[in-house]
Design a protein around this ligand. Structure first.
Ligand SMILES: [Zn+2]
Length: 325
């Protein structure tokens, strides 16, 4: 995605399948008194009957003490996965996604862009009210390995503050745009902000808009216990792919939890074959009319977010050969 173009236009325009419950799962899913349950979102008329994810109200929604400074997957004893959505909130795609998630009782994790959170605070509050997790994805979506430390501090700090101001919410998770990070940044963010940097296990490259069936098959085929799935609610086709994707994952026996809940479920058992993905895929070039914006050289002048200076070196492409996002 090319976030800055999209935001600029908006602002200019108006503004393994396990089918049975494991012992561990039984332990983490005690009955919850009805009065302690969040209000159920209204059903979406015409949606038909959807599979339902179990309730996991008793698993902490903040990272456990001693959480590491980075994760791309988690060792868990059970079919648990976390689905994540980056680059929103989007004024129409995100609410539509929230309806799809609510129909299935699935709690997701949203890595939001601070400037968009400020633009759509009511969506931030709805995400939290419906039991999802929110995390920091910078203020303006720069490639952090290519900007100054002062800029980075503002990107993380202002986003953190925006979430506190909007919803009284202190996030503990962070995802760098494009996955562009390094050991120094991870340690810095962990020490200064208490953030765990969350990368991902499965990247369907949905921002390239490969088609609904491709996005679905990549996510369904890539999922395994402890996986963190990467998606982008900025893109309508990604949201289009979700009903089928989520239903197929539920049918395979996967159970959805938030990222912080997944961290709380980490097992001390030896690691399974964890494959950390290279930071390659995040936002694709994007415009609000639904077409892909041509890739722009990293040093090209780029329209930028309202009130934000251009990045030091323009908006560089993320992930090497990947187009701008
Ligand atoms: Zn992103």
């Amino acid at each position: 995605m090319f976030l800055s173009i999209w935001v600029g236009v908006v602002m200019a325009g108006a503004q393994t399948g396990c089918s049975t419950l494991s012992k561990k799962e039984a332990e983490v899913r005690p009955p919850v008194a009805a009065e302690n349950r969040p209000a159920q979102p209204p059903a979406n008329p015409g949606s038909g009957r959807s599979m339902r994810n179990p309730d996991y109200y008793t698993i902490p929604k903040v990272p456990p003490p001693g959480a590491r400074n980075t994760y791309s997957s988690v060792n868990v004893n059970g079919p648990y996965i976390a689905i994540t959505f980056d680059d929103g909130p989007h004024p129409t795609n995100t609410p539509r996604l929230l309806n799809i998630l609510a129909q299935r009782n699935i709690k997701a994790t949203f890595f939001v862009v601070g400037q968009l959170a400020k633009e759509y605070p009511q969506i931030i509050r709805r995400i939290l009210a419906e039991g999802h997790e929110i995390a920091n994805h910078t203020l303006t979506h720069p490639t952090l390995t290519k900007v100054s430390d002062d800029r980075i501090r503002r990107e993380l700090g202002e986003t953190h503050k925006a979430l506190v101001d909007i919803a009284g919410y202190h996030t503990r998770l962070f995802r760098p745009p494009g996955g562009a990070t390094n050991a120094r940044l991870k340690e810095w963010f962990h020490n200064e902000y208490g953030y765990s940097t969350i990368l991902w296990t499965v990247d369907p490259q949905d921002w390239k808009r490969p088609g609904v069936s491709v996005v679905t098959s990549r996510l369904v085929n890539g999922a395994r216990p402890g996986a963190i799935l990467l998606c982008h609610d900025l893109h309508a086709p990604t949201v289009d792919a979700m009903p089928g994707t989520l239903d197929q994952l539920l049918a395979k026996g996967f159970k959805f939890v938030t990222v912080s809940q997944l961290l709380n479920m980490e097992s001390s058992a030896p690691a399974s074959s964890v494959t950390a993905v290279a930071p390659s895929s995040d936002p694709a070039p994007f415009n609000p009319n639904g077409s892909i914006v041509p890739s722009v050289p990293s040093d090209a002048p780029i329209p930028f977010l309202k009130g934000q200076p251009p990045a030091v070196n323009g908006i560089p492409s993320e992930g090497g050969a990947a187009p701008l996002r």
